[in-house]
Design a protein around this ligand. Structure first.
Ligand SMILES: Cc1ncc(COP(=O)(O)O)c(C=O)c1O
Length: 431
């Protein structure tokens, strides 16, 4: 699918929808009534198959009680591993390298406990100033736990004037003092996608362990963790993966590290064959599962099973292809129809599709928050990131090209009739 003979007409968007090979998946989702939902990178919508797998597991609980752990269609005791297996093709990993467990930040802590090994003068952690704050808090805690002052031991790569973190700035900071590097695959504000393969190669040349927070890419970008040879990764389940609010996260560990020790040990990381021997000496499972800590949140995980079946059926290549088309289409429309005064919007996301994840930052110096609220009052759901970013995250499963066309049309209307001036943000909490 290519964006050929681009036009700004409604008909053009409808023609794109007609030739969209994924259009049949829209009916697989619960879409809030009369709503254009463009917030799939915060909370993906509920897939009907996810609802089915959730109700099946609830039913197993009702009818089997504790036997559900080892009986039934997909026994709960192995569900985290099974979901890991389903997720592995999305991230280009071996099945045993992925496990669904914990939460994003807890997984990061578990991974840093193993992979941050200061040694001699190699004590520093390399990250960037545009990462999600939780990641930086976790890094700072690990530095403090080892007695290092984050002011000296955390190196934050700075952004360029567009708010992007250029790959060559990252690699320029890879010195012999760096023990570990951690970057987002896709930046939560700008949607910039890093070249994971290249950055990993450079890190390894310098003897640096490298991991990625892939919360804003898994389910939207096809990853190749094994061939890129990254050391570790973690990501959440509630964004593009449509696992629902509070859905557990996942983590990846390159199999060459299976022998390393999980230092936030818990009994669900124990050798699975012998877990119920209840030994007091921890012996971890030699797979990503070894980094689990506690009893899996089976009910919260359940929707992922159904949701992932859609990803496997549709194929990540097609999902990514449509995602690029949707974001390219939005960028073209903003350039054509929303850039000039009085609209004054501009694109804050890399234009090269290879450097772009699944969302677009549509920026406006003035009144962006009010405009975002006005969109919500018109039943269009984006989200806002200060100071001036309206994030638009179309899902390849449930968004149409026509949704993007309507969004742009409504944005023009809001400015033309100054409708946004009546909007004060309803809540100080930004969702
Ligand atoms: C990029 C990124 N990393 C980490 C987190 C934190 O996730 P959690 O609250 O699941 O720990 C988020 C939350 O949205 C995120 O977007």
């Amino acid at each position: 699918m290519m964006l050929k003979d681009f036009k700004t007409s409604l008909k053009y968007s409808r023609d794109l929808d007609l030739s969209d090979p994924l259009r049949k998946y829209r009916k697989e989702f619960h879409i809030p009534e009369n709503t254009i939902y463009l917030d799939g990178n915060s909370l993906g919508l509920c897939p009907k198959k996810g609802e089915t797998s959730l109700f099946r597991i609830l039913d197993e609980w009702k009818t089997r009680g504790i036997h559900g752990w080892l009986e039934g269609e997909n026994p709960w005791f192995f569900l985290a591993e099974e979901i890991g297996k389903m997720m592995a093709p999305l991230v280009g990993a071996h099945p045993e390298e992925v496990i669904c467990t914990g939460t994003t930040t807890v997984n990061q802590h578990a991974l840093l406990s193993t992979f941050y090994k200061p040694d001699g003068i190699r004590t520093k952690i390399l990250a960037d100033e545009k990462n999600f704050p939780s990641d930086i808090y976790a890094i700072k805690s690990h530095l403090k736990m080892r007695g290092y002052n984050p002011r000296e031991h955390l190196i934050l790569v700075g952004a360029d004037k567009n708010g992007f973190i250029p790959g060559n700035r990252i690699t320029a900071h890879m010195t012999h003092e760096v023990a570990l590097a951690l970057f987002p695959s896709v930046f939560f504000r700008t949607g910039q996608l890093l070249d994971i393969s290249k950055i990993t190669r450079e890190a390894h040349k310098k003897g640096i362990i490298i991991g990625f927070d892939c919360s804003h890419s898994v389910g939207s970008v096809q990853h190749s963790f094994s061939s890129d040879d990254i050391d570790f990764a973690f990501w959440c389940g509630y964004k593009y993966l449509n696992g629902g609010p509070g859905c557990p996260a996942s983590l990846y560990i390159n199999k060459r590290h299976f022998g390393k020790e999980p230092l936030m040990a818990g009994w669900f990381g124990y050798n699975k064959q012998k877990q119920f021997e209840m030994s007091l000496d921890f012996e971890h499972q030699k797979s990503a599962g070894g980094w689990q800590i506690s009893t899996p949140a089976v009910i919260s995980m359940a929707p992922l099973e159904g949701s992932l079946s859609l990803f496997l059926e549709a194929g990540m290549d097609k999902i990514r292809e449509k995602s690029i088309m949707l974001t390219t289409y939005l960028i073209r429309l903003v350039d054509e129809l929303l850039h000039k005064e009085p609209y004054a919007f501009h694109i804050g996301t890399p234009r090269n599709p290879e450097s772009r994840g699944g969302h677009v930052a549509v920026r406006r110096e003035k009144n962006a928050l009010q405009i975002c609220e006005a969109l919500k009052q018109r039943n269009i759901v984006p989200d806002f990131r200060p100071p001036d970013i309206i994030r638009i995250a179309p899902s390849s499963f449930y968004n149409r090209f026509e949704d993007i066309w309507i969004l742009v049309k409504v944005l023009r209307d809001l400015i033309d009739n100054r409708e946004y001036e009546k909007c004060t943000p309803g809540s100080k909490l930004i969702t």
